[in-house]
Design a protein around this ligand. Structure first.
Ligand code: APR
Length: 234
């Protein structure tokens, strides 16, 4: 019997319990920095040092973080479902927990890429990326991050994954950033869609989704029986 497809769309809240700040909560990253200062191509040209420092801090924090119970639960789900994770997160906590299929929409913090040829992508061995770190063509390396105002090249692949979903879980995202937020509309009509977030019931989506207000690390480890009964008794 082939397994049903479970798709997870995750955002910053997925990693909050690993100690990584979200963007838009109180004390979120965008309370301390503006997007224009650190997360746009203009910022890179205007103040490369600040942008590098901002992502170095994020990377250092990531090297010290470990996957949480929510990440671990998703690995367990793979015994029962064909799991595909589409994440807005740039951390590698899904992979480090052991999830097999992870698509990063907004890039990967532990990678750098050439400013001359974007297909030249390198794994970083330390948390630091500095001015003067060059690609093999001799150009400055930049964080392998999709900044505001840049294209999101993984969207067509994500749409393909969403199209084939039998169950969709949306976890820890404010669904405020497009095109990522629009991906939920590519799930086949009528499939069960769960929205798991401490603020789930405050969201405009609550009529369309099965909302569970709670933390990813608390809700996901208990969710498997319900997901299995959805599939067996839709
Ligand atoms: N478990 C689940 N959800 C949580 C938890 C938790 N423990 N803690 C906080 N959250 C929820 C918040 O309630 C909020 O709805 O996570 C969500 C985080 O939302 P944002 O900070 O807006 O993060 P995200 O949706 O991932 O942002 C999207 O914006 O700036 C960018 O590129 C960045 O990928 C990011 C994109």
């Amino acid at each position: 019997m082939s397994l049903k497809n479970l798709v997870l769309l995750s955002g910053a809240g997925m990693s909050a319990e690993s100690g990584i700040s979200t963007f838009r909560d109180v004390n979120g990253l965008w309370e301390n920095y503006t997007i224009e200062e650190v997360a746009t191509p203009e910022a890179w040209h205007k103040n490369m040092d600040l942008v590098l420092r901002f992502y170095n801090q994020r990377r250092k924090q990531l090297f010290e973080a470990i996957p949480n119970k929510g990440h671990e639960a998703l690995v367990e789900f793979e015994k029962h479902f064909n799991v595909h994770i589409v994440t807005q997160n740039v951390d590698d906590l899904h992979e480090r927990a052991g999830s097999k299929n992870v698509l990063h929409l907004h890039g990967e913090l532990r990678k750098a890429r050439s400013t001359r040829n974007e297909s030249l992508v390198y794994e970083l061995k330390t948390w630091e990326l500095n001015k003067g770190d060059l690609c093999e063509l001799g150009s400055q390396l930049r964080p392998h991050i999709v900044w505001f105002g840049e294209a999101v090249p993984a969207i067509p692949q994500a749409v393909n994954i969403l199209n084939k979903a039998d169950i969709l879980l949306v976890v820890g995202t404010s669904l405020m950033v497009y095109p990522a937020a629009g991906l939920v509309d590519y799930a086949p009509p009528g499939i069960p869609v769960y929205y798991i977030d401490p603020k789930a019931h405050e969201m405009a989506y609550q009529k369309r989704f099965k909302c569970i207000s709670g933390k990813a690390g608390e809700v996901l480890p208990k969710l498997l029986p319900e997901l299995l009964s959805e599939i067996n008794h839709p």
